[in-house]
Design a protein around this ligand. Structure first.
Ligand SMILES: Cc1cc2nc3c(=O)[nH]c(=O)nc-3n(C[C@H](O)[C@H](O)[C@H](O)COP(=O)(O)OP(=O)(O)OC[C@H]3O[C@@H](n4cnc5c(N)ncnc54)[C@H](O)[C@@H]3O)c2cc1C
Length: 513
């Protein structure tokens, strides 16, 4: 078997994809005419292999029955890191016992609907906490293909095995979508339970002694700590119980939202009102972007861009306002949103407390909440208390330091209110963002427009804490048999790298005698 690479027009690529076994696909928007790079599997004679040829896509996983397994592992957190760790343990005949503070995915959906209707935040069941973790109601971008950390393709294969589309196996910028992810996560849970693993929902671990001492509690079992980066209370518990933590660099800023047609025009060089626009988008999907610049020695960059998506309230604490973005599988809302963040280094924050980054995030999130309550949100009436409404400013007004008299339509369901983000964002973030947007407009003239809006604050784009671990054993440097992993441990960022980190922790445990 071999492969052949082709550079095709979008229509040619679309037709080829229906016929042949594609092993790699990427859209190249660098030239004026869009091109699709396809790599197609070929047989020994060099002929393309038909899409439905009886050749397995990959070796399917074999999950063992662990009802009577001799070994158990406690997993705290059922996000990508925790779930992929659990699946890997099953492959090695070890019983996973998962504790998850949030609810199972269908119950979690109801709490998220209430939040979007301004009927209150459940601090234990929201966009961050609950089955599938922060990845469940997301865009489901599966970007990182880095081979450095391990077998990333295996992550894609497991997602596919549990119901993700074929594209996750070959698309350079694959994504699943928030409408499909809950079903995939549910199937993972069903497999874990059917094979004899345990999942305890609505069980927040408030002390490590709970899972090492008596009770259910699996005495002496290794613990995979996969808590994500939003469980600030759990970090504080870990610090109190003597687990070594250290501060790390992170990033904060806002979410910017443009009309999607404008982004398609800027990225694909196509007249946004033409029929050609609609035909092109049918073939290759709405455009995304990835932007980066340096301002006063700090990176300013786009983060987690969601074409055809929605801005969502992604906080987990009452009295704070945090935004993020998600898209459904078809990415077909009229809006394009992206985090726009500024790199923050540990030395930017006074003091030597390893948790000072968390306090810094919380302070800005409380200010954003206060600003978001300042006046009734003009969008999406009726409001019931405006609890999740977020502060916003038109993009050009923000850069030019002017108030916005009104705001454009926005995908953020709880509603946005006009606010002077240019005035209340800390200068080291606000000023750098202003310059960053000017730089991005030089690259894509028209990007800096008052048809776009920024919404505050995007404060949880990465973990502000690391839980240091031994690079060989992957155990905490202070606490034997504790395996910090995923985004919350500070060793991953995003769904795929967190999932892979969970797999790696489980493999290390499987190696133990
Ligand atoms: C709205 C949104 C959109 C996103 N979009 C993308 C995207 O498109 N692509 C991408 O790669 N990444 C995206 N991300 C980031 C991605 O979701 C995270 O990087 C990833 O989920 C981290 O995985 P994790 O398993 O390390 O932690 P998490 O997914 O955060 O999971 C941690 C779990 O631990 C549980 N937990 C925490 N503390 C405790 C405790 N004390 N006891 C019991 N349980 C506990 C939490 O409830 C949670 O379910 C998005 C995030 C959000 C919020």
């Amino acid at each position: 078997m071999g492969t052949t690479q082709y550079i095709l027009s979008p229509r040619e690529a679309y037709i080829a994809e229906q016929q042949w076994r594609v092993v790699k696909r990427s859209v190249d928007a660098r030239q004026r005419e869009l091109r699709v790079h396809l790599t197609i599997l070929t047989d020994d004679k060099g002929n393309p292999v038909p899409k439905d040829a009886p050749i397995p896509l990959y070796e399917p996983p074999v999950f063992q029955n662990v009802h009577n397994a001799k070994r158990s592992v406690v997993i705290i957190g059922a996000g990508p890191a925790g779930l992929f760790a659990a699946l890997t343990l099953l492959e090695h005949g070890i019983k996973p016992v998962i504790y998850e503070r949030g609810k199972e995915v269908s119950e979690r959906k109801k709490d998220i609907a209430l939040l979007n209707r301004n009927e209150g935040l459940n601090p234990e069941s929201n966009y961050c906490f609950g089955e599938g973790g922060a990845g469940t109601f997301s865009d489901g971008k599966l970007f990182s293909r880095s081979k450095k950390r391990g077998n990333m393709q295996r992550v894609m294969e497991l997602f596919h095995y549990f119901g993700a589309p074929d594209t996750v196996l070959y698309e350079a910028h694959a994504h699943i979508g928030s409408d499909k992810l809950p079903g995939i996560i549910k199937k993972m849970r069903e497999t874990i339970l059917e094979k004899g693993g345990e999942i305890h929902f609505e069980t927040c671990v408030t002390s490590l002694k709970e899972v090492t001492g008596d009770g259910l509690r699996v005495t002496g079992a290794p613990i995979i700590l996969a808590i994500g980066h939003s469980a600030h209370d759990t970090y504080r518990m870990l610090a109190k119980e003597g687990v070594k933590l250290e501060t790390k660099g992170f990033a904060m800023g806002v979410r910017a939202e443009h009309p999607q047609r404008l982004i398609n025009h800027l990225m694909y060089h196509v007249d946004m009102t033409s029929r050609r626009h609609d035909e092109l988008i049918d073939l290759v999907g709405n455009a995304s972007y990835s932007l980066v610049t340096q301002v006063d020695g700090r990176g300013v960059y786009s983060f987690c861009m969601c074409p055809g998506g929605h801005i969502v309230p992604a906080g987990s604490e009452a009295g704070s306002c945090v935004v993020n973005g998600m898209s459904a599988s078809h990415r077909n809302s009229p809006y394009a949103n992206s985090g726009m963040v500024v790199q923050i280094n540990p030395e930017d924050i006074e003091g030597d407390d390893p948790l000072r980054g968390l306090a810094f995030q919380e302070e800005l999130e409380r200010e954003a909440f206060k600003q978001g309550q300042a006046q009734p949100a003009p969008l999406n009436p009726p409001m019931k208390g405006g609890r999740s409404s977020a502060p916003a400013q038109r993009l050009r007004d923000f850069v030019e330091g002017k108030p916005s008299k009104d705001l454009p339509a926005c995908s953020y369901l709880p509603g946005i209110v006009p606010s002077r983000l240019d005035e209340w964002l800390p200068a080291h973030i606000g000023k750098r963002l202003q310059q960053g947007f000017r730089d991005f407009d030089k690259k894509y003239p028209g990007f800096l427009t008052n048809d776009a809006v920024i919404v505050g604050v995007e404060s949880r784009s990465s973990s502000a804490v690391r839980i240091p671990r031994d690079p060989e054993t992957l155990q905490s440097v202070s606490t034997p048999l504790l395996y910090p992993c995923g985004e919350g441990a500070g060793y991953a960022g995003g769904i795929t790298s967190s999932a892979l980190d969970g797999i790696n922790a489980a493999l290390k445990i499987a190696e133990l005698a």
